[in-house]
Design a protein around this ligand. Structure first.
Ligand code: ARG
Length: 403
C-alpha cells in the first residue's frame, strides 16, 4: 500500500528502536535493514547486532564512524567556534548529518526505498535527520514512527514490546529515566526531573564529568598544538582527531570541565532544558580561540565572530548540507591557514585557563610595537592624534549641532 518494500532503520539496539523495528515489519509489511554506528557513544554494539538478528533482520550494518565524525564534522565546526545560544556546543546536532549520510548511502547500497529513525515529532533530531537526508537524496522516503503510531505513552510502548517478545530492562526505582544522547563530542540528558527548569539536576543527570567541587586539588597543565586551525597534538604527541577528542574528554572529565545546564530554543518552537557535558570540546574551544587571538587578523576574526551565531544556528537547525553552511565553511576554512602554533592550558576544578600561546611563523603579535617600554621608533604615538580626531569628526559635528 505504502509502496515501501525495504527500509533502512537507524538502530541503536535500545528499546525504542527495537519497537520501531518490529512496528515497521508489521505496519509497513516491509523488510528492515538496520544501521548502527559507533560515533563514540561508549556502548557495546554487539547487543544491537544480536537483537536485530533476533528480530529477523537479514542485513545488519554496523560501522565505526568515530574518525569521520571527528574529522569531517566536529573539527570543521570547531574552526567556527560554534556555540548555540551562547552555551550549547552542539554535540547532538553535529552527529545527525553524519548518521543521515550513512542511512542514505545504506539505502542506495541495499536497494531500499526509505529510511526510518526513532526521533520524536517534538524535537530537533527529526528535522536534522530529514533535512540532511533530502539534501543528499531528493527522492528518499522517510518514515518517522513517532509521528504516526499510537504508542503515545511509555506504558503503551512497554506493553507493545512485551506483547512482541522484545526484552524490556526496567529501572528499579520506577523513576522517569533521562533521555540520553552520547557521542565522541558530548553526552546529553533531558527529561525526567529536568523537565522542571528550577529543579537542581541530581548526580544521575551527569554521566562523564566529576563535579567541579569533587575535582582534584592538583591542577593539570597541558599543551595543545594547532595546524591550520585544527588541534593536532597534546603535549607534543600528534593524534588523530578522534583520539585527540577522546584524550581531552578523559582529561576534562577528570577535572569537571564542560558541564552546561541549559534551557534552549528548539527549532520546532518550544523551549527545552538539558544537561550537557562537552569536556574535550570545551578545552578545544578555549585553546582554539587563544590560538586565533595570536594569529588571526582583527577584521577576519571579527567577521568570523559575527558569522558564528548564524553558523551555529544552521548546525542546530539541521542545515549542515545547505549551500549557505558550505559557503560559510569555505570562508572559515580559508581563514585558518595561519592558525598554527601551541597553546598552554591549565585544567582545574571545572576551569580551563590559558597560560600561554605561541606561533613560530604565524604570530601577528609584535612585542616591539606594543611594548610599554622604549620602542625605538616602531610606533609613532603622535599618529594617534589624527587617528582619533578624524574618527571623532562626525560625533563632534553632531554634538555641535545639538548645542
Ligand atoms: N537538545 C539537544 C539538541 O537538540 C540534545 C538532543 C538530545 N537528543 C536526544 N535524542 N536525546 O541538540
Amino acid at each position: 500500500m505504502s509502496g515501501i518494500r525495504k527500509t533502512v532503520l537507524a538502530y541503536s539496539g535500545g528499546l525504542d528502536t527495537s519497537i520501531i523495528l518490529k512496528w515497521l515489519q508489521d505496519e509497513y509489511n516491509c523488510e528492515v535493514v538496520t544501521f548502527t554506528a559507533d560515533i563514540g557513544q561508549r556502548e557495546d554494539l554487539r547487543p544491537a547486532r544480536e537483537r536485530a538478528q533476533m528480530l529477523g533482520v537479514r542485513e545488519i550494518c554496523v560501522e565505526d564512524l568515530r574518525e569521520e565524525f571527528a574529522r569531517d564534522f566536529v573539527f570543521p565546526m570547531f574552526r567556527a567556534n560554534a556555540v548555540y545560544e551562547g552555551e550549547y556546543m552542539l554535540g547532538t546536532a553535529i552527529a545527525r548529518p553524519l548518521i543521515a549520510k550513512y542511512l542514505v548511502e545504506t539505502a542506495t547500497r541495499t536497494r531500499s526505498d526509505a529510511i526510518a529513525h526513532g526521533a520524536t515529532g517534538k524535537g530537533n533530531d527529526q528535522v536534522r535527520f530529514e533535512l540532511s537526508a533530502y539534501a543528499l537524496n531528493p527522492d528518499i522516503r522517510v518514515i518517522a514512527p513517532w509521528r504516526e503510531w499510537d504508542l503515545t505513552s511509555r506504558e503503551r510502548l512497554i506493553r507493545y514490546a512485551e506483547h512482541h517478545g522484545i526484552p524490556v530492562e526496567k529501572k528499579e526505582d520506577g523513576s522517569a529515566p533521562y533521555s540520553i544522547d552520547a557521542n565522541l563530542l558530548h553526552i546529553s540528558h533531558e527529561g525526567g526531573c529536568l523537565e522542571d527548569p528550577w529543579v537542581v539536576p541530581d548526580d544521575a543527570a551527569w554521566g562523564w564529568t566529576v563535579s567541579p567541587m569533587e575535582a582534584p586539588d592538583e591542577p593539570e597543565e597541558l599543551l595543545v598544538g594547532f595546524r591550520s586551525g585544527d588541534a593536532v597534538s597534546i603535549n607534543g604527541a600528534e593524534m588523530s582527531p578522534a583520539s585527540l577528542l577522546l584524550k581531552l574528554n578523559e582529561l576534562g572529565s577528570r577535572h569537571g570541565i564542560g558541564r552546561a545546564d541549559i534551557v534552549e530554543n528548539r527549532y520546532v518552537g518550544m523551549k527545552n532544558r538539558g544537561c550537557y557535558e562537552t569536556p574535550g570540546g570545551t578545552i578545544v574551544l578555549k585553546a582554539h580561540r587563544a590560538m586565533e587571538s595570536l594569529t588571526l587578523d582583527r577584521e577576519v576574526m571579527h567577521l568570523k565572530d559575527e558569522m558564528m551565531p548564524r553558523y551555529a544556528k544552521l548546525v542546530y537547525n539541521g542545515y549542515w548540507y545547505s549551500p549557505e553552511r558550505q559557503a560559510m565553511q569555505q570562508m572559515i576554512d580559508a581563514s585558518q591557514s595561519h592558525v598554527n602554533g601551541e597553546v598552554r592550558l591549565r585544567l582545574y576544578k571545572g576551569n580551563v585557563d590559558v597560560l600561554g600561546r605561541r606561533s613560530e611563523a604565524d604570530s601577528l603579535y609584535d612585542g616591539e610595537i606594543v611594548t610599554f617600554e622604549e620602542d625605538d621608533g616602531a610606533y609613532n604615538q603622535a599618529d594617534a592624534t589624527g587617528f582619533i580626531r578624524l574618527n571623532a569628526l562626525r560625533m563632534r559635528i553632531a554634538a555641535s549641532r545639538r548645542r
